[in-house]
Design a protein around this ligand. Structure first.
Ligand code: SAM
Length: 271
């Protein structure tokens, strides 16, 4: 059954699977980031906008039974998926809160870390989110973000003009839903205003060839979001097929490359 949601990407089964693939592709980068930030056995981690919990369950395995992961998510479909994964992996250290980050109070705990990935871009008041987050993070705790910093870096070589038109539709629909694709841009200012000091800021951008595993991440997004744009009445089937044909041409060209949307990793400490 369709879920009432203002969330622009949707929470349907294909999106759930896409988020799983996205997490698998990014997993090496994420594990390295968590290790660098100091996440280990016994730590308490707040996962802000956890989705179906692909990161939350990895975090739960890292922090172990003496640690805890508190996952915040609005979508019931995603929460049900996370609950099922916790049962299947016998994870008793994940506490799930169904919560709209823009409306509810964030649960207070003695968190060591907060993890927030691809959420800042989708809330309609970034400063409220950071204010709420800072309100529950104790002194000395660490907040980690992976958010888009410059979405328009996403392009193909040789250029695919039809993909660039698709990318513009993505940007426009996220903005129209109240989000901001380049969500990371405001983070340094907002974190500073709320008592955090940035310990590191690292860009993650990749130049991919069709045979790279990571190629699957943006291309799966294209397929899922073409359908979403059709549902929204933003594009027609003919345009969607033009994008698919252009992508198929790139995939047959051994010299084709894709530059990914820039993700900024920010690690900040609460003073
Ligand atoms: C692109 S997904 C990322 C999910 C997860 N952080 C990950 O990295 O796989 C964005 C998530 O933010 C959630 N979200 C967006 N706006 C929200 C809000 N106002 N309150 C709670 N969750 C929200 C969506 O439901 C979705 O699960």
């Amino acid at each position: 059954m369709a879920e009432k949601s203002e969330y622009v990407l949707g929470t349907h089964g294909e999106e759930l699977a896409r988020l799983g693939l996205q997490h698998s592709v990014w997993r090496p980068v994420v594990l390295d980031c968590w290790q660098k930030a100091g996440i280990t056995v016994g730590k308490r981690v707040l996962d802000v906008g956890a989705g179906p919990g692909y990161a939350a369950t990895d975090l739960a395995e890292i922090v172990g039974p003496t640690g805890e992961v508190v996952a915040l998510e609005r979508s019931q479909n995603f929460i049900r998926a996370l609950e099922a994964t916790c049962r299947a992996r016998s994870l008793a250290n994940v506490k799930i809160h169904e919560l709209d980050l823009m409306k509810g109070d964030l649960p207070r705990r003695d968190y060591d870390f907060a993890w927030c990935r691809w959420v800042v871009s989708f809330v309609n008041d970034q400063s409220l989110l950071i204010e709420k987050l800072c309100g529950v993070m104790p002194k000395g705790s660490i907040a980690i973000f992976h958010e888009y910093g410059h979405y328009e870096t996403w392009r193909f070589f040789p250029r695919l003009p039809v993909h660039e038109r698709f990318r513009e539709q993505v940007i426009a629909t996220w903005r129209e839903s109240g989000g901001e694709p380049d969500g990371a841009l405001q983070l340094p200012g907002l974190l500073g205003e709320n008592g955090f000091v940035i310990r590191s800021a690292t860009p993650h951008i990749f130049c991919l060839r069709p045979s790279d595993y990571m190629w699957q991440w943006p291309t799966t997004f294209i397929e899922t979001y073409l359908e979403r744009l059709i549902e929204m009445g933003r594009i027609d089937h003919q345009f969607a097929d033009q994008v698919r044909t252009a992508l198929a041409t790139a995939e047959k060209n051994p010299n084709a490359r894709m530059l990914t949307p820039l993700v900024l990793e920010i690690i900040a400490e609460k003073l």
